[in-house]
Design a protein around this ligand. Structure first.
Ligand SMILES: Nc1ncnc2c1ncn2[C@@H]1O[C@H](COP(=O)(O)OP(=O)(O)OP(=O)(O)O)[C@@H](O)[C@H]1O
Ligand SMILES: [Mg+2]
Length: 230
């Protein structure tokens, strides 16, 4: 079931991205002239050695970090033209995040964690709650909806994070080593879920992974070396 109309305009397009960090007296160039396109429904794997800039790239593409040079477009709109007040809302609708370290709020139960983005963006209502429950059922946690997340296993926590990433029906899911903290079996189960749910929802997927088998399941895999795609 594809819920997003396919369009020729990429969800995200980056041209010649450069990102530097200050490192004491000198500067560290982490991204060097990176071009990157996420088309509707695309499944892109990103690999590369630790420190090559994978997370930085996702942070820049989602405007959690500002780049130093180059151009970035969200659905064809130049990022610099998007007013600050609209940025967070637009990011929330465009991109769902799954991180290696889950980043769940320990004081909240599973459902409230899934609904957290709707609280932040002011879209929390009965429909959102129904969707949150539905997503938790689809990730196999129907018996854990009101569990404290601190009482869930690592694999279960990551499944909550997958549900949370999708609550706003984003155009693309950014998954940054989503199985990095999990044993082989739970990692594999989480990977299956990310693939299945993003496909059911018609959401594109950008997967950063060190796992060659998971990367091979994407439509294409790019390798980042010292801040540049090979
Ligand atoms: N805020 C920051 N300030 C200074 N340097 C940073 C900052 N964030 C990242 N870096 C540096 O940028 C480089 C790339 O970091 P990044 O986290 O993007 O790597 P990565 O490819 O995601 O690595 P890993 O596979 O270990 O997660 C690293 O050398 C890191 O030390
Ligand atoms: Mg990283």
């Amino acid at each position: 079931m594809t819920q997003h109309a396919k369009s020729d305009t990429p969800i995200i397009e980056a041209k010649g991205l450069v990102k530097r960090f200050a490192a004491g007296e000198s500067t560290l160039t982490v991204l060097r002239d990176v071009d990157f396109v996420v088309a509707a429904g695309a499944r892109i794997g990103i690999r590369g050695e630790s420190g090559c800039g994978k997370s930085t790239l996702l942070n820049v593409l989602s405007r959690l970090e500002e780049h130093d040079e180059g151009q970035l477009f969200w659905q064809g709109e130049a990022i610099d033209k998007i007013p600050r007040g609209r940025l967070a809302r637009q990011r929330g609708r465009l991109i769902g995040f799954v991180f290696q370290a889950y980043y769940l709020v320990p004081e909240l139960d599973a459902l409230e964690n899934v609904l957290l983005p709707t609280r932040i963006l002011g879209t929390y209502n009965r429909h959102a709650r129904d969707r949150g429950r539905d997503l938790l059922e689809r990730v196999g946690l129907s018996e854990r909806i009101h569990h404290a997340v601190t009482k869930l296993s690592g694999g279960e926590r990551q499944r909550v994070a997958v549900a949370r990433a999708l609550i706003h029906r984003p155009q693309v899911v950014f998954a940054d080593e989503p199985t990095g903290n999990l044993d082989e079996r739970s990692g594999s189960a989480v990977m299956d879920l990310i693939e299945r749910l993003s496909s059911e929802e018609g959401t594109a997927l950008v997967l950063v992974t060190h796992n060659a088998d998971f990367a091979a399941r994407m439509d294409c895999t790019l390798t980042l070396t010292m801040g540049q795609f090979d």
